[in-house]
Design a protein around this ligand. Structure first.
Ligand code: NAD
Ligand code: UGA
Length: 469
């Protein structure tokens, strides 16, 4: 029986390994983590992450060929293939702070592998890492090994949150990069065989290590660039009376462009787009390519502009001040169908409104109050550095109010901001909401969830991204 160990039981490690276990009954999969709380949750009825379909997959194989454990050393020692899926945050201090990837967690994992390995191992980069990380990892492993051979593979993950299980069941492609030596090729084949249990062979791409590492950064940069492109056009739509949904539809009908990933929004969020582009920018700068670095930097600049443009629109529409006004925020997660708030645009929008002294009241169907309060209290990039994450004390001043109901959040509010495209926000009773609000009642739709015409008929003053005012 092939034995797999995955270091890191997060948004990637957990679902990815659960699907491998489900699709490969002959493989034993153990997911390990330094976080006792996370492993306890993976072994409980309340999984640590919300992802449609995940509960079902875990229930089918947990205890059969899928295990979650904190005994990292034991399971590394036993495994043939070790996936490393730890966090790779943006550095917050020192060389490259604010841009470069912090590989501390990765390096710790590699040193642990070198320490405990007594037989040959295939080590797979699952985390998103800078190009040439495999070379660094190889150095750590080889210089610390006691006669053990290591093959490093790059196997970046392309799943999106909210659709992780669907993406893993039916991936557009699986990418495996390895050394072009006989041992390297053998390792690539071994990993390919695992995926071939359910992924058609023509969707399993094999490349050299550096192409695989760079493809992941480039793929995220391309996706984010599409959103910044449509968001840039949304500003022009508002200035000219064009409708961004109509423009995006017309552009997307060109088969060379395609219709997906062209929804204008308050900005992209999530743990990876910004982090990975900053990482790409840093690598370009290190290689003396400032023009290329600046090109990608602008994708982030437009995203920041879109978020501040939204806040400015709220404040300027409401007679240039929101001081002491109740603003209801519907949605805090970075996209629908996830409870994840990492780099969610809602953080910047709420901080902007709080900066103008608004009384912000938030409702999200999946995000806890503790998470929201903590996110609003943290400094940029600290969310991905566990050392900075202290539980909030009971006496700490909470910057915002959080409700478990959209009607409570909007009651008595002067304005409503929709910041996540949850399906339930389409079905709310907006007449009831309008009647409970202060007048004039403002609606700022950052996700184009509601029909602005219908909202105007109810009586709202409406602003939707990229739509005629
Ligand atoms: P995460 O923070 O949810 O999970 C990482 C886990 O690694 C944490 O639970 C942490 O405790 C654990 N960890 C850190 N150091 C460890 C060590 N030395 N030993 C054992 N466990 C350790 O992060 P994530 O969202 O799963 O992302 C992981 C990687 O995958 C990142 O590089 C990210 O860029 C990449 N990625 C993420 C997504 C996504 O949708 N979230 C998609 C594709 C790629
Ligand atoms: C993204 C990529 O889609 C995955 O392929 C990749 O594996 C992952 O990053 C990663 O490396 O972490 P994810 O961030 O989970 O996945 O979610 P997306 O669906 O890409 O959405 C990212 C952000 O862009 C969200 O805030 C979303 O609301 C926003 N978005 C997306 C738009 O504003 N408009 C769109 O048309 C699409």
């Amino acid at each position: 029986m092939v034995k797999i160990c995955c270091i890191g039981a997060g948004y990637v490690g957990g679902p990815t390994m659960a699907v491998i276990a489900l699709k490969c009954p002959a493989v034993e999969v153990v997911v390990v983590d330094i976080s006792v709380a996370r492993i306890t949750a993976w072994n409980s009825e309340q999984l640590p992450i919300y992802e449609p379909g995940l509960d079902d997959v875990v229930k089918q194989c947990r205890g059969r060929n899928l295990f979650f454990s904190t005994d990292i050393e034991k399971h590394i020692a036993r495994a043939d293939i070790i996936f490393v899926s730890v966090n790779t945050p943006t550095k917050t201090r020192g060389l490259g702070a604010g841009k470069a990837a912090d590989l501390t967690y990765w390096e710790n994992a590699a040193r642990m592998i070198a320490d405990v390995a007594k037989a040959d191992k295939i080590v797979v980069e699952k985390s998103t890492v800078p190009v040439k990380t495999a070379e660094a990892i190889e150095k750590i492993l080889i210089h610390n090994s006691r006669g053990v051979n290591f093959q490093i593979l790059s196997n970046p993950e392309f799943l999106a949150e909210g659709t992780a299980i669907k993406d893993l069941f039916n991936p557009d492609r699986v990418l495996i990069g390895g050394r072009e030596t006989p041992e390297g090729k053998k390792a690539v084949q071994a990993l390919k065989q695992v995926y071939a249990n359910w992924v058609p062979e023509d969707r399993i791409i094999t490349t050299n290590l550096w192409s695989a590492e760079l493809s992941k950064l480039a793929a995220n940069a391309f996706l984010a660039q599409r959103i910044s492109s449509v968001n840039a056009i949304s500003a022009l739509c508002e200035a000219t009376g064009a409708d961004v949904a109509e423009v995006a539809y017309a552009i997307g009908k060109d088969t060379r462009v395609g219709p997906r990933f062209l929804s204008a929004s308050v900005g992209f969020g999530g743990s990876c787009f910004q982090k990975d582009i900053l990482n790409l920018v840093y690598i370009c700068e290190c290689h003396g390519l400032p023009e290329v670095a600046n090109y990608w930097k602008d994708v982030i600049k437009i995203n920041d502009y879109q978020k501040s443009r939204f806040v400015n629109r709220v404040v300027s529409s409401m007679f240039n001040t929101v001081s002491e006004k109740k603003i209801a925020v519907l949605g805090f997660a970075f996209k629908k169908d996830t409870g994840d708030t990492r780099e969610t645009p809602a953080i910047d929008v709420c901080k902007g409104l709080l900066g103008d002294k608004a009384k912000v009241c938030i409702y999200d169907p999946q995000v806890t109050e503790e998470q929201i309060q903590r996110d609003l209290a943290l400094n940029k990039f600290d969310w991905d550095h566990p050392v900075h994450l202290q539980p909030m004390s009971a006496t700490e001043v909470k910057p915002v109010a959080v409700t478990r109901d959209a009607y409570e959040a909007t009651k008595g509010a002067h304005g409503v901001c929709i910041l996540t495209e949850w399906d339930e926000f389409k079905k709310l009773d907006y007449v009831r909401i309008y009647e409970s609000m202060q007048k004039p009642a403002f609606m700022f739709d950052g996700r184009n969830v509601v029909d602005p015409q219908k909202m105007r008929e109810i009586g709202f003053i409406v602003y939707s991204i990229g739509k005629p005012l």
